[in-house]
Design a protein around this ligand. Structure first.
Ligand SMILES: NC(=O)c1ccc[n+]([C@@H]2O[C@H](COP(=O)([O-])OP(=O)(O)OC[C@H]3O[C@@H](n4cnc5c(N)ncnc54)[C@H](OP(=O)(O)O)[C@@H]3O)[C@@H](O)[C@H]2O)c1
Length: 308
């Protein structure tokens, strides 16, 4: 029943910790961070390690993960490297087996590895692989990993999963249909899973993140001048979500869009349809003749304001 008052409890615990100089609840815990080789995941791994947790670093690029591990160890922290392609379901099963053999259970999981695609439907008619690959990394991979780690979390009667999703779930921005749908699938899966494991003290947070300046968004010149978070600012919020275990972390702007979508859905469609017409596809998104994986289609949804 403690979970019913999770919000106020977490806020009170934060104040007590600050006043008494107590350690973070992450200290001594095992925390897996996917996509730890870059951007938000890398900054999160460093911030989590600074709380005294042991961090399990997951991504494809081993050399980058080793760099993060070295940085953590130089600062006196603990980290381990687990290279894995999270679109390969068998590889995920092997990862789960190795990690459970070494640690018994993972206490906290951050499903951060992901891929964003901004491309209008008319440029996607012949590119079904855009839909498949966003689902593979943003939905199927994290669900396979979560399902692998969940039984041990339930058995030890503690676990928390933070999903790095997008504020686009609430906004429903044109040109992002495959990407946002894949993140929305993870968001919904986790909300329902949270209900099934409620009495095992296992919880989920969906972080509907706005623009963060990372290697994912860097190639889009238009975003460079826009207000957004640094990876370190985003990581600070991820650590807070791990410590406080809220159901969702939203931005005010996206909350307003969600209300707009509910209260005046046709007007919301009209407004976003006008915006869709006014702003075209990027040069990268139009380069449909290029082989799929060479197209650097960047991106997240531009942030009108940083209020995350
Ligand atoms: N940046 C934003 O504005 C923003 C906004 C909302 C949500 N997000 C979400 O935040 C998350 C992190 O994005 P970011 O901006 O930090 O991008 P990033 O710097 O490009 O990092 C993406 C991470 O995902 C990993 N990854 C990608 N494909 C993978 C695969 N098949 N297997 C394992 N790992 C894989 C990458 O590692 P390897 O290449 O080494 O595998 C990398 O560490 C994503 O889920 C993104 O959708 C970002």
């Amino acid at each position: 029943m403690k979970l019913l008052v999770q919000g106020p409890r977490a806020a009170a615990a934060r104040v007590v910790r600050r006043v008494a100089g107590l350690p973070s609840p992450l200290a001594g815990r095992t925390v897996m961070v996917t996509g730890a080789s870059s951007g938000i995941g890398r900054a999160t791994a460093l911030a989590v390690a600074a709380t005294g947790a042991r961090v399990l670093l997951v991504a494809r690029r081993q050399a980058e993960l080793e760099e993060v591990r070295a940085q953590i160890e130089d600062a006196g922290g603990a980290a381990e490297v687990y290279p894995c392609d999270l679109t390969d379901l068998d590889a995920i099963d092997r990862l789960v087996k190795d990690v459970l053999a070494a640690h018994g259970a993972v206490d906290y999981l951050v499903n951060n590895a992901g891929r964003s695609i901004r491309r209008s439907l008319e440029l996607t008619y012949d590119r079904f692989h855009d839909i498949e690959r966003t689902m593979a990394i943003n939905y199927l991979g994290p669900v396979r990993l979560t399902m692998g780690l969940l039984p041990a979390m339930r058995a030890q009667r503690f676990g928390h999963v933070v999903n790095i999703v997008t504020w686009g779930i609430q906004i429903k921005a044109p040109k992002f249909a495959p990407y946002i749908a894949s993140k929305a699938a993870l968001d919904t899966f986790s909300r329902i899973a949270g209900r099934e494991v409620f009495f095992d003290n296992v919880t989920f947070t969906n972080m509907r993140v706005s623009l963060v300046h990372t290697p994912m968004t860097a190639p889009t010149e238009a975003y460079r001048a826009m207000r957004g978070l640094t990876p370190e600012q985003a990581a600070e919020r991820v650590v807070r979500a791990l410590e406080d275990r809220p159901l969702t972390v939203n931005t005010r702007v996206a909350d307003l869009y969600e209300v707009f979508n509910l209260v005046a859905p046709r007007l919301a469609d009209f407004t976003l349809a006008v915006a869709h017409r006014a702003v075209g596809d990027s040069a990268a998104a139009r380069a449909v003749a290029s082989p799929p994986d060479e197209v650097a289609e960047v991106v997240e949804i531009p942030a009108p304001e940083d209020d995350a």
